[in-house]
Write a protein that binds this ligand. Structure first.
Ligand code: NAP
Length: 348
């Protein structure tokens, strides 16, 4: 039996000791593991399968899980989290994120949504609660990218701040330890940072070698926020409706493949090593044990060389996979309007 298995009976013998997984420390002193498990089944993986992966992932050393009410599986992940704690993992050693969905931005809905997530996840508190998108626009699950909410609205900072105040109350009530933003741009974050009484600790954003968002990434870090990176592998399992002919494939990029071959690892490992070394926290999704174990092990491998990091920095294709079309609020708009590309908030 390996030393890890002897001292940590809930860990599989081939697992990674969670104490050794590097962590980012927030100003509060709380520490988030630098790799988390995504839990969005992309409409194709059932909630039960995701929940089983969460439970099993804890046995290989995962302690950080990225959840959201809209993923529709928190009520199944809850029993998995309960079982993980029953097997000896302390609550304070877990990092659980959840997110407020877009049709719950009204201040009166924020507490109720958070309380529902807590009930579903069978927790007394969340480590991190995010406003999932800065747009309050509902669309039904599984809808096509051409679907539009009839009362869709643009980003209205005054309204976002009303939501944010309600998020701040959650911290004051002890229901959540930290609050954060997701899918925000530089001009929106500037306003939030100016007006928030309790500052966001992160921006969860799409980040992979073909979408590096360098300006936003730099702004987030310079503002003392943590970039949490979604789709870190280029989301090969995303739904058909989220694919366009222009999309590129990170894990097939010749530079990534060549580094992977040289190191004798999968291209996924190279994407994750680059992400961690660059300073973001990737949250890869997987329900295959060999894959999610390899993804966590990536955090433990020696660093990529400076030349590798530089070569990957040169791979940016500005290839946004989650374009967000369903949040558009006017006919004839292109998805770019959501991302404030000229540095100002797209006017209503
Ligand atoms: N805040 C937001 O708005 C937002 C938006 C999108 C996503 N997210 C979060 O980010 C998470 C990750 O994003 P994502 O799921 O779209 O993309 P991803 O993590 O880039 O890709 C996941 C896909 O990669 C495969 N995979 C995982 N590890 C692998 C490995 N080692 N080798 C080969 N293939 C591997 C998985 O398949 P297998 O299951 O077969 O391994 C799955 O199909 C989500 O689950 C969710 O928690 C947040």
């Amino acid at each position: 039996m390996s030393p890890v298995a002897k001292t940590k009976p809930f860990l599989a013998p081939d697992g990674v000791d969670p104490d050794l997984v590097p962590k980012h420390t927030f100003a509060s002193g709380a520490r988030i593991p630098v790799v988390g498990l995504g839990t969005f089944g992309s409409d194709s993986v059932s909630g039960d399968t995701v929940a089983a992966a969460v439970r099993e992932a804890a046995t290989v050393g995962y302690r950080h899980f990225d959840c959201a009410s809209v993923y529709g599986n928190e009520h199944l992940i809850g029993p998995a989290l309960k079982a993980i704690q029953a097997s000896g993992v302390k609550r304070e050693d877990l990092w659980i994120t959840s997110k407020l969905w877009n049709d719950k931005h009204a201040p009166r809905d924020v507490a109720a949504s958070c309380e529902q997530s807590l009930r579903d996840l069978q927790l007394d508190y969340l480590d991190l609660y995010l406003v999932h998108w800065p747009f309050p626009n509902f669309h039904p699950p599984h809808c096509d990218v051409t679907a539009r909410s009839p009362d869709a609205k643009p980003y209205i900072h005054e309204n976002y701040m009303k939501t944010w105040r309600a998020m701040e109350r959650l911290v004051e009530r002890g229901l959540v330890k930290h609050i954060g933003a997701s899918n925000m741009t530089i001009p929106k974050l500037k306003l939030l940072l100016r007006d928030a009484a309790i500052k966001p600790v992160c921006n969860e954003m799409e980040l992979h070698p073909h979408l590096q968002q360098q300006d936003l990434f730099d702004f987030v870090r310079a503002s003392g926020l943590l970039p949490i990176g979604y789709c870190p592998l280029g989301s090969p399992g995303r739904p058909e409706r989220d694919r366009t002919p222009e999309d590129t494939v990170d894990m097939e990029d010749p530079v990534i493949v060549a580094i992977a071959r040289r190191l004798g690892v999968h291209p996924a490992t190279v994407c994750l090593k680059w992400a961690i070394q660059r300073g973001q926290v990737p949250i890869p999704f997987s329900v295959k044990r060999s894959n999610y174990l390899a993804n966590l092990k990536a955090a433990m491998l020696p660093p990529l060389t400076a030349a590798d990091m530089q070569a990957i920095a040169g791979l940016d294709r500005n290839c946004r996979l989650v374009k967000g079309q369903v949040f558009l609020w006017k006919a004839g708009q292109s998805w770019e309007a959501l991302w404030d590309l000229d540095g100002t908030i797209t006017p209503p």
